[in-house]
Design a binder for this molecule. Structure first.
Ligand code: SAM
Length: 287
């Protein structure tokens, strides 16, 4: 009989493998646990993703595991600091994939993990299995299946409100905007405004337009076209700083990228800029 992991992997053969990107992201985080501080990411490793990664590193950019490790590190440290300062009580992860923040943060936290239904169902079962085997600690996690390209607002608002009530929140949006349209992105940020209170936070990751001129991005496009499906550079969304600075009711309180985080966490960058998919990370506060 097929395991649940094989079933998801098989199903993925059919359509765009954004799922695949969630497995890949987790495996990258496991490459340097010291840097990512994610000691659970390795649970998601599987032979197909390992093979994918081998090809990806050779054909796209060998720096990729470290860009993902530092992304995890940045959001993890930001979350830890805000929890320490008692500023947030609920973490809401939009497009949560297979990230493992609930297990890396204090057990008192409430987590809401939102992604496509097949992803959250799979993650929920897998986590239950690992908790039964005592590979993962118990946490307060609510899984909600939603497609951001559909009309989700009303139902999702009710589900989130029933969980968070008037608790303070941190919304995380990482590795997702690249795959969404601008209209879907605008709807998401309007939705965040509708569920958050003054003093709440959003953490977001995205690429700037200039990425499209790099060798690394051209490599990525070629790789996706070979392995995933035919796309052009216009199928991938990039965001300028000005987008974040113009979000109504929010203020950008921190902005980092791979190079600044490498300095902070004493990571030595190996490749030339041209060969790095440099991602930007923003912390916003509602006011
Ligand atoms: C690259 S993964 C990143 C996962 C996770 N945030 C992380 O950093 O490990 C992208 C995630 O976005 C989700 N996603 C992409 N488009 C989506 C959509 N339209 N609705 C819901 N989730 C979506 C995918 O299912 C996938 O889990």
């Amino acid at each position: 009989m097929m395991s649940s992991k094989e079933a998801v992997m098989n199903e993925k053969e059919e359509n765009i493998k954004i799922h695949e990107t969630a497995f890949v992201t987790s495996s990258f985080r496991a490459v340097d646990e010291q840097l990512s501080q994610d000691h659970f990411a390795k649970l998601w490793e599987n032979p197909k993703t390992t093979q994918w990664i081998k090809e990806y590193l050779a054909l796209v950019s060998p720096e990729e595991p470290f860009t993902h490790c530092l992304r995890n590190r940045y959001f993890l440290e930001s979350l830890k600091a805000l929890i320490e300062q008692q500023e947030i009580e609920v973490v809401i992860n939009f497009g949560s994939g297979f990230s493992m923040y609930p297990f890396l943060l204090h057990e008192k936290m409430v987590h809401i993990e939102i992604d496509k239904p097949e992803i959250v169902d799979y993650k929920k079962n897998q986590i239950q299995e690992w908790q039964d085997q005592e590979l993962l600690p118990k946490r307060n996690i609510h899984f909600i299946g939603v497609d951001f390209s559909k009309n989700y607002q009303e139902e999702l608002l009710a589900s989130i409100q029933s969980i968070k009530a008037n608790k303070s929140t941190f919304i995380l949006l990482e590795g997702v905007l690249f795959f969404l349209t601008r209209a879907e992105t605008n709807h998401l940020f309007e939705f965040f405004d509708s569920i958050q209170e003054n003093g709440d936070y959003v953490g977001s990751a995205s690429f700037q337009d200039s990425i499209k001129g790099t060798q690394a991005f051209q490599n990525l496009l070629r790789f996706f076209n070979q392995k995933v499906s035919k796309t052009t550079e216009d199928d991938y969304q990039t965001m300028e700083d000005s987008y974040y600075h113009s979000i109504k009711n929010y203020k950008v309180i921190d902005h980092q990228d791979y190079f600044s985080l490498s300095k902070t966490y004493k990571h030595s960058v190996k490749q030339a800029k041209e060969l790095i998919l440099n991602e930007n990370f923003y912390l916003l506060k509602k006011n």
